[in-house]
Design a binder for this molecule. Sequence first.
Ligand SMILES: Cc1cc2nc3c(=O)[nH]c(=O)nc-3n(C[C@H](O)[C@H](O)[C@H](O)COP(=O)(O)O)c2cc1C
Length: 155
Amino acid sequence: MRIGIIVYSQTDNTFTVAKELQRKLMNVAKTVTLERVTIVGEPGQPESKIEFAVKPGLDPYDEIIFGAPVQAFNLAVVMKKYMNQLGSMKGKKVHFFVTKKLAQKWTGGNRAVNQMNKICRSKGASVGESGIIFWKDQHRKRTTEEVIERLIHAI
Ligand SMILES: Cc1cc2nc3c(=O)[nH]c(=O)nc-3n(C[C@H](O)[C@H](O)[C@H](O)COP(=O)(O)O)c2cc1C
């Protein structure tokens, strides 16, 4: 099985989790590729102005874990635009994780996961696990481990 971890990360938090996820997944899976969505220019641009510098395709993967930050109580707009532009996900299984600052799911965590879920379902993917990591929470290390374990278990 070919596994892809595809993340957008503005300030590296999500990317840090993705690297740890990749490291741990490689103990149980042969091929685990980590790819990072990047944009041209500075962050904070409106959706209509965003252009991608790196826009990973899904063809190489059977199963994909998408990761992104919560921004303004929503899925980061870069990730939303990237995922909306992807083609059919029929036959693929997907999982999600988001990182966010505030330690409450209702400040955008659940909504961001639901947004990823909705986009992927509309493209025919089968949706598996998801997790939310609160960056400023004192239990971040434990939560990160739990989310990573849950995602690995679902693969
Ligand atoms: C523009 C912007 C908006 C943000 N909005 C939220 C928010 O609504 N809720 C929240 O919990 N964290 C918010 N954050 C914090 C990020 O979600 C958090 O720091 C995340 O871990 C950053 O991930 P990254 O380093 O991969 O970009 C925001 C950060 C930025 C830069």
